[in-house]
Design a protein around this ligand. Structure first.
Ligand code: SIN
Length: 188
C-alpha cells in the first residue's frame, strides 16, 4: 500500500480555479461518490486504459492485491470516459480514494457529447514507477487474477464488470476491458 496524498496536496495545477473538470476512466465513471455540478462524456488523448495497477484496499488486500485501471502513455491513443465538473473541496476526497499510487495530472479534455468543445482536466494516473503497480499481463491472466480478489469496496470482478457495462452504455466500449470481461464471464 502506498500513500500519494501528501504529494498530491502539493500539486498546484488547479490553484485559484473555482470549478475543475475531473476526467474519470475507471471506478469514477460508474461510482463517483462525490457531488458534482455537471457530468459529460469525454475523452483524452495519448493515454490508454490498462488493468495494470494493484489495489491493496478497494478491490484486494495486502496479501492478495486486486487489479484496477490506470492509464499508460501511448502516442495517438484515445481513452473515453466521463468528465465531472467539481469544486476544489472534492480534491481531498479524491486524494484519499486514489491514494494507493495515483497522482494528479492535468491533460487536455475533449467533450464527446453534442456540444463538444475542449477544456483542461484533472486526471488521477498510477504511473509504472509507483509501488503498487503490477504491470502487464495477458487479458486471460488478468481475468484469472481478478476472479479471486476481493477488497473493502467489494469483489474485484464487480469493478471490471461495472466499468465494462458503463463504457458500453456510453457507446465507447474498450477492447481491453471487453476481452477481460469475456474471459471472466466464460470462467464463471
Ligand atoms: C478513475 O476512475 O478515473 C481513476 C481510477 C479508479 O479509481 O478506478
Amino acid at each position: 500500500m502506498v500513500d500519494t496524498r501528501s504529494i498530491n496536496q502539493q500539486i498546484r495545477d488547479f490553484d485559484g480555479q473555482q470549478q475543475v473538470w475531473l476526467f474519470g476512466y475507471g471506478s469514477l465513471i460508474y461510482r463517483p461518490g462525490f457531488s458534482y455540478l455537471e457530468s459529460r462524456p469525454a475523452f483524452i488523448k495519448g493515454w490508454e486504459r490498462r488493468f495494470w495497477q494493484g489495489s491493496h484496499d478497494h478491490r484486494g488486500t495486502m496479501a492478495q492485491p486486486g487489479r484496477v485501471a490506470t492509464l499508460i502513455e501511448k502516442p495517438n491513443a484515445i481513452c473515453h470516459g466521463m468528465a465531472f465538473l467539481i469544486t476544489p473541496e472534492v480534491f481531498s476526497y479524491l486524494d484519499h480514494r486514489e491514494r494507493n499510487g495515483y497522482l494528479r495530472f492535468s491533460t487536455p479534455l475533449y467533450f464527446s457529447d453534442e456540444v463538444q468543445g475542449t477544456d483542461k482536466a484533472l486526471v488521477y494516473v498510477a504511473t509504472p514507477d509507483n509501488g503498487a503497480f503490477l504491470g502487464p499481463a495477458s487479458e486471460l491472466e488478468i481475468a484469472r487474477h481478478i476472479a479471486h480478489c476481493h477488497g473493502a469496496s467489494g469483489p474485484n470482478k464487480d469493478y471490471l464488470l461495472n466499468l465494462h457495462a458503463a463504457l458500453n452504455k456510453l457507446g465507447t466500449p474498450d477492447p481491453h476491458v471487453e476481452s477481460i470481461a469475456r474471459h471472466l464471464l466464460q470462467s464463471a
